[in-house]
Design a protein around this ligand. Sequence first.
Ligand SMILES: *Cc1c(COP(=O)(O)O)cnc(C)c1O
Length: 414
Amino acid sequence: MWQLKHCIRDISTFERLTGIKFEEKDRELIKKTTAKFPLSITPYYLSLIDTDDYKNDPFFKQSFPSPMELIVDKHDMRDPLAEDRDSPVPGITHRYPDRVLFHISNICSMYCRHCTRKRKVGDIDSIPSKDEILKGIEYIRNTASVRDVLLSGGDPLMLSDEYLDWILTELRRIPHVEVIRIGTRMPVVLPYRITDELVEILKKHHPLWINTHFNHPRAITESSKEALRKLADGGIPLGNQSVLLAGVNDCPRIMKKLVHKLVQNRVRPYYLYQCDLSEGLSHFRTPVGKGIEIMESLIGHTSGFAVPTYVIDAPGGGGKIPVMPTYLISWSSNKVILRNYEGVITTYKEPDRYEPVFCDRKCSDCKLQLKLDEAEEIKAVGVEKLLCDYDDTISLIPENTDRMERRTDRKDDE
Ligand SMILES: *Cc1c(COP(=O)(O)O)cnc(C)c1O
């Protein structure tokens, strides 16, 4: 509570506490920036900034406004992931078949400068009311396909223990909700939020997973280690989602150090995100090649569980698309040619005999004897549909393309 009350929200306080002095013309530009995207830094996070070299400091860059945020690049979008369009009720983004994103808080202790939901930061109008949250819970209750609920925001841990407990209890009462996840940056920006009392509450609602958001190895301090230890000791599986940020962590050496420190603290690197196309982030973006280069430096070179999946969240709302270096370099009818992380090129001989099992989705008759409940209910989607035996589809054709519009027999086609 002390940290929240003393968040740094203006330039003068920042200057007073850090001893950094901005020139008058810079102050004007910074003020213009905060008028569009507000400033808030926890005293704890501020203490991580190296004031002697703040211009190159990863924490300064992630927390202090840059006039470059005012640049709107020609490819920038307000809501690049179409979260608002894929929203059946306010607060819910339902993009994937079996899981939803549930925005239960619009506020954060610190405003990350690279926030993908910058459009909503500090916007009083978009703080979800209890009524809105009830409607979200109602949507999940009425949508039996949802087995995984991802609580996000803002930072869900900005809510009080009691309120969180209530939301988690309501969600747990829905029989088809198998897992609940919380996305929070508290272990990074305000580790003291992870109290024993909070962990006691979270523990009641297992299986509960937490993903946090470390971008730089130096953020793993004694205080954040303590927070992670409490969560892990509470039996909560921990993951980390990093964003690849120019000038912050666009370096294989930094990323390797980060993933090593994460696994030492029982946090599994989960995703490495390509910085998305939200407005005002152009100065943070790297080429995709930088991410591939980082993945190249991790895969095979270090423990498999220390390697995150590098993803690009598809502009327009297609969801996360994994990208990685190419390891399958050639292929014939009975051999695949692969290369490993050292550059060794190797041959995998495929079986001379393989009897394919024709799948007609009648699992009860199948010799594989899966005995999976409801296995036949799964319907193939996307490329999976092209691969399966029981569906005659031969191509996936996006709708509404010029090519499709030109077709005169469109109806018969379907
Ligand atoms: C990231 C995301 C999820 C969760 O995706 P996973 O790959 O399961 O972690 C769910 N819904 C939305 C809208 C998302 O952006």
